[in-house]
Design a protein around this ligand. Sequence first.
Ligand code: GTP
Ligand code: MG
Length: 187
Amino acid sequence: MSNSDYKACPKTTLPEIAFIGRSNVGKSSLINMLMNKKNLAKTSSAPGKTQLINHFMINQSWYLVDLPGYGYAKVSRDKRGQWQKLISNYLRHRENLTVVFVLIDCRLEPQTIDLEFINWCGEEQIPFVLVFTKLDKVSNAEWERNFTKFQQAMERSWEELPASFASSSTTAQGREELLGYIQSLLG
Ligand code: GTP
Ligand code: MG
């Protein structure tokens, strides 16, 4: 089911896990990798592919949700504002939301827009974990450097750091760990 308004999302008490992050970070690709289906969620090399709140029911027991990305400069300002509202309303009001996976591109130095989004989740008391994406694109040394920098950036406003995962949709690295974590959440 795809919706442009959180109010039209399925009425359910099933637990729900949502994927969020900058446009092009790899949300839809990660969903496909985890579910072992090539084209479940639509992906594109052009940012701004996912434009709606997309609900996928899994095993009749939980929902996985693909969201539009935030803050990509190449997406028009109007659209960015529209999606931001869509996303924040959804995250604030969705009662069965168990946890949000916030995806971060592991190739980049800490980005203000990601840190601001994470801090907003904190203010709104929205539970989240971090998933660093595109691990296949960096060397181990680069990944460790960027991860350390990200942790240092978070330590400026957080006492405790969230759970963090690393993944590659190309090599399926991180798949077992993420699925295990989801399993533990769903009990
Ligand atoms: P929007 O829907 O536009 O917000 O983007 P998205 O976050 O859903 O990203 P999407 O999954 O569509 O992937 C964006 C681009 O990055 C595509 O060209 C993917 O093939 C590529 N990509 C995603 N994940 C990975 C990864 O782990 N490794 C590599 N090498 N490429 C990836
Ligand atoms: Mg997408």
